[in-house]
Design a protein around this ligand. Structure first.
Ligand SMILES: Cc1cc2nc3c(=O)[nH]c(=O)nc-3n(C[C@H](O)[C@H](O)[C@H](O)COP(=O)(O)OP(=O)(O)OC[C@H]3O[C@@H](n4cnc5c(N)ncnc54)[C@H](O)[C@@H]3O)c2cc1C
Length: 309
């Protein structure tokens, strides 16, 4: 790999792809700065500190398959990563067998913060165009989802299309511990159904304070598309009956609820090839692979390994 000393790269987005690219470019000697529109890091690896609880409302957990990802996590997070140990179930209630899934003890957004140690990140910097960055940096890498990247780069919509699907999410706190199916289940994975995913955050140790059963819910794509413009309260109201039925929760025990809209939640159709872009402009993100934490990290890491000025 060519040494990049005296080369500078601006990266848009402090999600997994942006952080992975930044670390790898720095290891190659480049000067790197990340510009992130939110106040925190992580992008869709998102955690809400809400009602004194710590709940993941974006990515729920992640795989560790690729040795490069495993090594980066071991160095950055040490023993702060824990495995999911309670059963995940399908729509019929059968336990799902599969690869081990992991979460960060302090919230999925902390995964990003740990991995970004030593990287210069400017938060609360929402860019409307990437082009002014080219006056200060040799290259710009955008890791914002592709439709946002197209706008940042001033490109026509449609080129190298990757489509994204929305997801409505909601957080619920019920008074009482281990209510209903939360006693024997971490989550229900029901792709294609109105309640596509739901999980009990109490099974992530240290997350839930006091005597509450905490549930995260994600609507399926079709339900999300039909109700995309609902506000936070209405999103929670939409998902609540589905959650109470699935988890056998007493409605009168509900203490708090909060909805969240992910407009560009997951890649529906990924890119077959990296897009051809004007000189100095680059793109990496889960659209190059698939919508998984590990794949987003690999997309950023591989881009930075292959990058040649
Ligand atoms: C509800 C939900 C559940 C999921 N569940 C899982 C799961 O359980 N397991 C799993 O492996 N994956 C899951 N995923 C997918 C996973 O979260 C994503 O694939 C991955 O986090 C994408 O990383 P990224 O870096 O490509 O993009 P992002 O995380 O979206 O990062 C892009 C960053 O760019 C920033 N940005 C955008 N525009 C601008 C701008 N104009 N100026 C500055 N910054 C900007 C954004 O704020 C963001 O931080 C889930 C995703 C969602 C939404």
């Amino acid at each position: 790999m060519k040494d990049l000393t005296s080369h500078s790269v601006a990266i848009i987005g402090a999600g997994m792809a942006g952080i992975a690219a930044a670390s790898q470019l720095q290891q190659r000697g480049a000067h790197v700065e990340i510009f992130e529109k939110s106040r925190g890091l992580g992008g869709r690896c998102a955690t809400k500190r809400w009602q004194e609880q710590t709940m993941d409302h974006g990515a729920q957990d992640f795989t560790q398959r690729d040795p490069r990802f495993i090594e980066a996590l071991a160095q950055a997070c040490g023993d702060r990563l824990l495995p999911i140990t309670m059963p995940l179930r399908d729509a019929h209630g059968n336990a799902l067998q599969g690869r081990q899934r992991w979460f960060h003890r302090e919230g999925m957004s902390r995964l990003a913060r740990d991995l970004a140690a030593g990287v210069q990140v400017h938060t609360a910097q929402e860019l409307s165009s990437a082009l002014p960055l080219l006056e200060r940096f040799d290259a710009v890498l955008s890791t914002a989802p592709w439709p946002q990247t197209q706008r940042l780069f001033g490109l026509q919509a449609g080129a190298a299309a990757a489509s994204y699907l929305p997801c409505l999410a909601a957080l619920f706190l019920y008074r009482g511990l281990a209510l209903g199916r939360s006693a024997d289940t971490h989550g229900f994975h029901q792709p294609g159904m109105d309640l596509a995913w739901s999980a009990c955050e109490n099974h992530k140790p240290g997350r839930i304070q006091g005597e509450f059963t905490a549930i995260v819910a994600h609507a399926g794509t079709s339900l999300s598309q039909r109700h995309l413009e609902l506000g936070p309260e209405a999103i929670a109201d939409l998902l609540r009956p589905l959650v109470e039925q699935r988890w056998q929760l007493p409605p009168e025990a509900l203490a708090h609820s909060l909805g969240h809209r992910w407009r560009l939640a997951r890649v529906g159709q990924s890119m077959s090839d990296a897009p051809a872009l004007p000189a100095g402009l680059h793109f990496a993100g889960d659209a190059l692979r698939q919508s998984r934490v590990e794949d987003a990290w690999l997309a950023g890491h591989q881009w930075a390994c292959q990058y040649q000025p």
